[in-house]
Design a binder for this molecule. Structure first.
Ligand code: OMP
Length: 289
């Protein structure tokens, strides 16, 4: 067991660690998304050793230089257990370097199964725990309770999908029932769970995923993000068209809570580790405004 997993409830809360990392390094989450085309554009074979070289180059470039790193689980899972072993090494090396990780796993299931996912990624005995994972609330916000509670217990976090960056998301997330949109009920859940953190003047451990590309949806749906003390992960920044000006428009007063996430726009600068690191810094600096 690593020192980090032993401290359990005495570990500094995720929201506090996230705020400190954003203050120190800027509000960028650098994604590790080893798409086939990217791996090959780095002159690497698209196999497990190419995956490993790609991912560990990212670790070397990003560790200690950006607030958060987000490995995308799908691109490791595609190689089976050997790919997952590479993902575990990435998470372990980033933890040892003191860089926060969000594992983009987008898990969501009925509560009893969710508890097992939570143990796998956030529990005391997780093989390679992440500081936070992405979760899907579309089986109902409360189905995520085991993950929310376990994360809180271990000073870790969850990022709950609310308004995703893909155009199809709106059909589900904007739907209104009894006067409140689906996204609104997710924001309400996170706001309730983060209330103690808000009282302490901290970010909470329950983050929201709201794409940088959602236009006026936040205001159209009446979402009060600034009052919610929720960290906001904003993917769609960069390759999907999200810009700094767009982040200001989409999030308004909640902008200080926003961690902009970018993968391909940064990764395209590889394979030279120094060039990759410089690109991540450039993108992080652009977020300072
Ligand atoms: O949870 C996410 O990170 C996520 C949510 C979302 O709404 N949209 C979205 O693009 N993502 C992820 O963010 C990353 C975006 O990558 P780029 O478009 O290359 O910056 C991918 O790993 C996506 O799976």
């Amino acid at each position: 067991m690593t020192p980090q997993t032993q401290v359990g409830e005495t570990m500094t809360r995720f929201g506090v660690r996230l705020r400190a990392a954003m203050d120190a390094h800027g509000a960028l989450c650098a994604g590790i998304d080893p798409h086939r085309a990217l791996v090959e554009s780095w002159g690497l074979a698209y196999d497990v050793s190419g995956l490993e070289r790609f991912a560990l180059t990212c670790v070397e470039a990003f560790a200690g230089r950006v607030a958060v790193v987000k490995p995308q689980s799908a691109f490791f899972e595609v190689f089976g257990s050997r790919g997952v072993a590479v993902l575990e090494r990435v998470l372990t090396e980033l933890r040892e370097a003191g860089t926060l990780t969000i594992l983009d796993a987008k898990r969501g299931d009925i509560g009893s199964t969710m508890a097992a996912y939570a143990e796998a990624f956030l529990g005391a005995d997780a093989v390679a725990p992440a500081d936070a994972i992405t979760v899907s609330p579309f089986l109902g916000y409360e189905s995520l309770r085991p993950a929310i509670d376990l994360a809180e217990q271990h000073g870790r976090g969850v990022f709950v999908l609310a308004l995703t960056s893909n155009p199809e998301g709106a059909g589900v997330q904007h739907a209104v029932r009894q006067g409140r949109s689906v996204a609104g009920t997710i924001v309400d859940g996170a706001t309730r769970d983060n209330a103690p953190a808000r009282e302490r003047g901290e970010l909470g451990g329950v983050g929201l995923v709201i794409g940088a590309t959602v236009g006026s949806a936040v205001s159209d749906l009446g979402l009060d993000l600034a009052a919610a003390a929720t960290p906001i992960l904003a993917p769609g920044f960069g390759a999907q068209g999200g810009t700094v000006a767009e982040l200001d428009r989409v999030f308004g007063a909640a902008r200080p809570q926003v961690l902009a996430s970018s993968s391909r726009e940064i990764l395209g600068a590889g394979p030279d580790v120094n060039v990759l690191a410089a690109q991540a810094r450039r993108v992080a600096d652009s977020l300072l405004g």
